[in-house]
Write a protein that binds this ligand. Sequence first.
Ligand SMILES: Cc1cc2nc3c(=O)[nH]c(=O)nc-3n(C[C@H](O)[C@H](O)[C@H](O)COP(=O)(O)OP(=O)(O)OC[C@H]3O[C@@H](n4cnc5c(N)ncnc54)[C@H](O)[C@@H]3O)c2cc1C
Length: 405
Amino acid sequence: MKPSDRVIVIGAGPVGLCLSLALAQAGVAVTLVEALGDDNFLEQVPRAGTNHPATLEMFDRIGLYRNIEPRGIIAPVFHYWDRHEGKLIAAFDHIHLKDDTRFPYVLQCERIKIVEEALKMAKAHSLIDLRLRTEFTAFEQDADSVTAHVTNPAGEDEVVTGRYIVSGEGARSIIRKDLGIEFEGFTYPDRTLNIEVAYDFRKHGYAERNYISDPDEWSNLFHWKGPPDRWRVHFPTSPNDDPEALQRPAALQARLQGFLPKADEYEIVGSNLYTVHQRVAARFRSGRAILAGDSAHVNSPIGAMGMNSGVHDAFNLADKLVKILRKEVDEEVLDRYERQRRHVALQHTQAETIRNKRVLAEKDPAVRKANHEQLRRTAEDPKLARAFLLRTSLFESLREAEQIA
Ligand SMILES: Cc1cc2nc3c(=O)[nH]c(=O)nc-3n(C[C@H](O)[C@H](O)[C@H](O)COP(=O)(O)OP(=O)(O)OC[C@H]3O[C@@H](n4cnc5c(N)ncnc54)[C@H](O)[C@@H]3O)c2cc1C
């Protein structure tokens, strides 16, 4: 490969880092541009954290899994609860996937730990030219190359040239906007409240990962490894709620006490509010510029699919770019990347996460009852449970994408 066969990756999030590592390990030179620096890289707000088996296989492929496993919680089982009735509806055990994967569990490991470990690996790789505290501002392309404009840590403008540029910039992608690509979809009017709390909910029968349906106040409950261990609880809010009032200590305490009353106070360690979008870019590629991860699609976190499907984009794209640069395949395979990953974003990630929210928030008692019955029956039948888990853990999306020409 020639030195000019460089791939420029913008953003050292989970997608940009996985893509850079997969490319570099296959012999492709990468320039990875990240706005954050060593001093503030770990100050990012809490986000993703449930890593599905298919994603663990990919992390393993680049040697990342062994670094994150000790920092996470292996969680084979997840639960659906009915808060209204105070009952466990269904327990799904990934052991049903034991013949499908060597990782029959999810790893509860937060995005921040994943990017911290992946960044260490990127720093150590001689083919990755890592530019921290460097802001990408614009780019142009011609028939042979791309030129990225960046502002370096000294505040000076610089250019980086390469063969392709990939946006791993997240939802606010400059590349997507510069290309005039529509981010089609909608934004939910209500925001989600996330409360971080130091309390072991397993004492009450909860698993490490729980989806809790309720006609008035659905929630999600997740366990993260410490020290000290933390649990994250998500609650819905109303569009007109005052963000400041929602996050007052007394209001947060009341939410948790309403969810699970206990004699003493919960130890609340943090909270934040986030807006949920369901959007997919109209195109994932224009010439030598390619979108991956949140720059190409964003979705509700219910079902834990955003980061996972973004990482799947990264590996799909890495394999294709390596073959193109080795001159084994034609550049048109990038259109297949778009067909495959756009299909997954629309038909799997978006469709599933919209359905997940609807099921948790359903108000009609008859529909709720039918939904819960179906979940119960599915979990109890090993064949149905396996099919369900293949879908929720994104294997089905990968297998379907493989069928797309
Ligand atoms: C509350 C919440 C919970 C979630 N839970 C889950 C979950 O359990 N499972 C799951 O799969 N997903 C989850 N998600 C979604 C997940 O966080 C995202 O899908 C994932 O982080 C996207 O990764 P990314 O690398 O595409 O972008 P990002 O993680 O957004 O990273 C983008 C990177 O690009 C850098 N950057 C941006 N612009 C520039 C620029 N101009 N120049 C240089 N650098 C730039 C940023 O600093 C950042 O480091 C959750 C999201 C939220 C909000």
